[in-house]
Design a protein. Structure first.
Length: 236
């Protein structure tokens, strides 16, 4: 249940108006200046909650559905900065629509992964605290070595729980993770799966992409090599 506990910055109708003007610009014409202004106003703009409140996206993850309020129509006001804690507790992203009709067409204006929401919530950052500019966040198995167990600062307990559930869904009955850091790669999460556990590399790519949806941006993901032990990894 999403509750309302308002602060002065939230539920800002002026920012809602700016957001509406931004959404009037065609997707293909949205340049960096558009995204800069979008990030400036979107988190505290007043929005409405759609029915259904939550739906599953094409990626298989669940999203809280928010939209621009309809003109001259009373609505209960929600804003993204206010509902982020609820989304993190429930393992949700946010899909932002122009209106309810676009929800039916599965045409969001913008989609927030849970990891992006987590980065905004804990680090006040759209790119994450640990982003070091690595373009490929899925690293080959065995390329890096385990250096420790990820604490709450890197991966909070609610994210660990979701990663564990995800891995169990792939048939791994005792999911574990570790972490690695250096200046070239930044932070990487090591999961106790090996390439030989998968029928093909597409499944590996899909799993790692799903894990990255849960992580704050900039954290890479990799598997154990065939010879690495998972004895020192953290059970989740």
């Amino acid at each position: 249940m999403v509750t309302h506990e308002k602060n002065n910055a939230q539920f800002d109708l002026a920012k809602t108006e700016v957001l509406g003007k931004l959404f009037s610009i065609n997707h293909q014409k949205r340049q960096q200046a558009w995204y800069n202004k979008f990030q400036e106003v979107v988190l505290d703009a007043s929005l409405q909650l759609l029915e259904p409140n939550v739906s599953t996206g094409p990626d298989g993850f669940n999203y809280l559905n928010l939209a621009m309020p309809e003109p001259n129509t009373p609505f209960q006001s929600f804003c993204i900065s206010h509902v982020i804690p609820h989304c993190l507790e429930q393992g949700l992203g946010i899909a932002l629509f122009l209106n309810k009709h676009n929800l039916a067409l599965s045409m969001p204006e913008y989609v927030f992964s849970m990891g992006v929401l987590d980065g905004l919530h804990r680090h006040n950052s759209w790119v994450g605290k640990y982003d070091c500019g690595v373009t490929n966040n899925i690293l080959p198995a065995g390329e890096i070595c385990f250096t420790g167990q990820p604490g709450e600062e890197i991966i909070p307990s609610y994210t660990k729980k979701l990663i564990g559930n995800l891995l169990r869904g792939y048939g791994f009955t005792n999911p574990k993770i570790g972490n690695f850091y250096n200046e070239k790669v930044g932070f990487a999460v090591i999961i106790n799966c090996r390439e030989s556990n998968f029928a093909n590399k597409d499944l590996i790519q899909h799993l790692c992409t799903q894990i990255m949806w849960l992580l704050t941006p900039g954290i890479a993901v990799t598997l154990l090599s065939e010879t690495d032990s998972d004895d020192d990894l953290l059970s989740i």
